[in-house]
Ligand binder design. Structure first.
Ligand SMILES: Cc1ncc(COP(=O)(O)O)c(C=O)c1O
Length: 377
């Protein structure tokens, strides 16, 4: 009982979250194709990051090697997949981490040091923000995709300078101004880091990602990405020069002090990588066009240029009510609130996948049309 009393502040914190409509509760669901079943209710899934919707891959599950990669968890499948990923990014080398989040934490905190300057886009993902804090460098946040501000902040002092941006922004669906970023970085000899978790496998020639889309892939010094989004598998990776990868193997804590992903997941990723991704990419492009066009025709203001389509509501309570309305009518589109996005910028994050059929999209649009009158003015 005494222990409970000591933890009373936890209740106070939870109460504050509830009062501000920021309390999060997990739903349990089973996904299958374009649908997700939650509480026995089948819904059209517009909240999946399995963008390419590669048909299910069969793999064999052998005995797990439960160990870190530097001890005994380093199966041959890693070697093959890392070679494939390095080639995919036209880099010398690559390194797989258990998640994209851990890839950011590990790589950024390893190569950025105290005394350095990081220029980070204000809408960068939480894993980048945490990585910057871990590095002990000075962090200067530039306004979202604002090249004038980046140019200004680039003049601040730092031993080594780093620019860090997402490729496709995860909650806004817009593309970073990568071409200009690399030009500004080049002038100041700054190192360019791109977290392309949402662009990788999805855009650019052969799904090589956002830098390839802008034809500046060679100007990127360090790629960080996830295998858990476009590829629909699991894990994270970096791709860079051999010495950067070598230093990460030697120094990055989220690589060294954790167990390796089981090799069947690496084989799963490899099989999905080798599947007909081009076909899925075309379906995804078609679905994205259809859903974006339909939402605009209903009257929603859509500024995204990718498979991530946020419908900005603003007020957190209203966004939650809209999410519930969609749920009750058969669509799962998760409301996103602070701190994932700024306060009063709550939204429904609609993500398109190649799983969706024409009928799914038409049905979803008819529900969004009903919701427009009630929740969007
Ligand atoms: C931009 C960005 N980076 C990194 C991550 C983390 O990737 P993972 O899910 O593989 O940990 C995410 C996931 O949401 C993301 O949106």
């Amino acid at each position: 009982m005494a222990l409970k009393h000591k933890l009373n502040f936890v209740d106070s914190e939870l109460e504050i979250l509830k009062k501000n409509n920021l309390y999060r509760k997990m739903k349990y669901g089973i996904s299958k194709g374009s649908k997700i079943t939650i509480n026995n209710k089948q819904l059209i899934n517009l909240s999946s990051n399995d963008y390419l919707g590669i048909p299910t891959t069969k793999i064999q599950i052998n005995q797990l090697q439960s160990s870190s990669r530097l001890i005994s968890g380093n199966d041959d499948s890693y070697k093959k997949m890392e070679e494939v990923l390095a080639k995919h990014k036209s880099q010398e080398s690559s390194l797989i981490y258990p998640t994209g989040y851990m890839a950011n934490l590990g790589a950024i905190s390893t190569i950025v040091k105290k005394g350095d300057l990081i220029l980070s886009d204000e809408l960068n993902h939480a894993s980048i923000i945490e990585s910057c804090k871990l590095s002990d460098a000075k962090v200067s946040i530039y306004k979202h995709n604002d090249m004038e501000d980046l140019n200004k902040k680039m003049k601040e002092k730092g031993k080594n300078k780093f620019v860090i941006t997402e490729g496709i922004f995860s909650m806004d669906g817009d593309l970073s101004s990568l071409k200009q970023i690399t030009e500004i970085a080049e002038k100041s000899k700054a190192i360019t880091i791109v977290d392309d978790a949402h662009g990788d496998f999805v855009i650019g020639k052969d799904g090589k990602g956002t830098p390839e889309y802008f034809k500046i892939a060679k100007q990127i010094d360090l790629y960080i990405s996830s295998l858990s989004k476009g590829l629909g598998s699991f894990g994270g990776y970096i791709a860079s020069q051999r010495n950067v990868v070598d230093l990460c193997i030697n120094k990055s804590k989220s690589f060294i002090y954790t167990s390796a992903l089981p090799s069947f997941l690496i084989e799963y990723s490899l099989k999905r990588f080798q599947s007909n991704r081009e076909k899925q990419k075309k379906i995804l492009e078609k679905n994205t066009k259809q859903l974006t066009k339909g939402l605009k025709e209903i009257g929603y203001e859509i500024n995204s240029h990718s498979q991530i389509i946020p419908i900005i509501i603003g007020n957190e309570k209203k966004a939650m009510e809209f999410g519930k309305f969609l749920f009750d009518n058969g669509v799962h589109a998760q409301p996103i609130r602070y701190p994932t996005v700024p306060k009063n910028k709550a939204r429904l994050r609609v993500s398109v996948t190649a799983w969706l059929s024409n009928a799914d999209i038409e049905k979803a649009l008819s529900i969004f049309e009903k919701g427009h009158l009630k929740f969007y003015d």
